[in-house]
Design a binder for this molecule. Structure first.
Ligand code: ADP
Ligand code: MG
Length: 369
């Protein structure tokens, strides 16, 4: 879908090239993450793909077309672009911001309105609340969501994302990463994603392109880069704890165990004891009437008489199936429990991850036993 052939960019003749003889093929539907230290040429590479910067030499093809044969404005309308500072227009509403490209493409008003609402839904913002707001009335994370929605507005086949979540705190960044991966599963765009954070690269990429001083030093799947780093430079970039980083590659939904049996908050504890005995389990989930997770019970908790609501323990943390096993580990460590509950988007229990689950996941990568 995107092909760079012998692409070089020299800004100043007195300095070395910012990008040097770069060859990169990005397949349709791939998320190619460009990663490497500051100044290695990631942004330059990305901006050459939508002609914000023109290469000094070499050729770039998008969807089979040499981009030098395409009108740059037309080219950019078909390539979504998301940057860290988002670049929302402050005087325009969220709806107007998202509608920028569809308006340029002269879509009918009804179609634009419907598309704006669809996109706000997709990125998790209620259209009725956010459509008419101005960017300044949104949090950083919400603005970043709008930035993503705007880039996707006219449904371009290609998205370029330059450190899109770089300005967010770690918790919001993790959330947005997971949401974005969920969205990508649906929309299957070809994405070039820039980051300097190797953990983000491992998590987001189907392929990772590691750059150093304008050159490509390794281009492979996250698995292969972790298992077979091509040089000491790559080893240092990956850093310590390669085993733990492998947990970034695995989604909770792929490995989670069946959720424990559930018991309603209003039920008497004798019901909980019966369930534990009948199923031979040592954990029960307590749920609200509508099925949402409220807490958990151990056999000790269930021994007391009373209502489930009185004896259950609160659940401080839960995760969704699209989180990574590394997220699961962080939650376990943060809250000092050997398990974390998995809930769906509506908060209903769908599974359980334990330390055992994590051991099994990383154990699969070494065959000593
Ligand atoms: N407009 C510019 N003029 C001159 N040099 C630039 C310009 N933009 C980037 N550079 C230089 O090119 C190199 C690569 O920059 P950049 O692509 O922004 O790296 P990255 O995104 O990986 O941090 C750096 O040495 C940077 O200083
Ligand atoms: Mg950059």
């Amino acid at each position: 879908m995107i092909k760079l052939e012998h692409v070089t960019k020299v800004y100043k003749k007195s300095e070395g090239p910012a990008v040097a003889d770069l060859n990169l093929h990005i397949g349709k539907g791939e998320v190619c993450v460009l990663v490497g230290p500051s100044g290695c040429g990631k942004t330059t590479t990305m901006k050459m793909i939508n002609r914000l910067i023109e290469p000094t030499s070499g050729t770039i093809f998008v969807d089979g077309q040499n981009i030098m044969d395409v009108n740059p404005i037309e080219l950019r309308r078909n390539i979504g672009y998301v940057i860290q500072e988002i670049g929302l227009f402050p005087h325009m509403t969220i709806a107007e911001n998202i509608a920028t490209v569809p308006l340029e493409k002269k879509w009918p008003r009804d179609k634009i309105r419907a598309r704006v609402d669809e996109l706000l839904q997709l990125v998790g913002l209620d259209p009725n609340i956010y459509r008419q707001r101005k960017p300044r009335d949104l949090s950083g994370g919400q603005r970043q969501r709008v930035g993503v929605a705007r880039a996707m507005a006219a449904d371009p086949p290609v998205l370029l994302m330059d450190e899109p979540f770089g300005a967010l705190d770690p918790i919001n960044r993790g959330k947005l990463q997971n949401e974005f991966l969920r969205i990508q599963k649906k929309i299957q765009k070809t994405i070039v994603f820039v980051t300097h954070d190797i953990d983000e690269a491992i998590k987001m990429g189907t392929k990772i392109a590691i750059m150093r001083q304008g050159k490509l030093v390794q281009y492979d799947t996250p698995e292969n880069i972790l298992n077979a780093p091509a040089s000491n430079f790559v080893i240092n970039l990956i850093g310590g704890n390669r085993t733990i980083k492998q947990l970034n590659l695995i989604r909770v939904g792929e490995m989670m165990k069946e959720a424990p049996p559930v018991v309603e908050l209003s039920a008497p504890t004798v019901k909980a004891r019966e369930l534990l005995a009948a199923r031979g389990k040592d954990l029960l989930f307590a749920v609200e009437k509508d099925g949402r997770l409220a807490g958990y019970l151990s056999p000790q908790n269930a021994r007391e008489e009373g209502q489930v609501a009185d004896v259950m323990q609160e659940i401080p943390n839960s995760i969704t199936p699209d989180a990574t096993l590394n997220d699961a580990l962080s939650e376990m460590l943060a809250f000092g429990k050997g398990f974390v509950c998995v809930v769906d988007e509506g908060g209903k229990p769908v599974g359980l991850v334990t330390l055992g689950t994590l051991m099994k996941a990383v154990g699969g990568n070494d065959n000593n036993s």
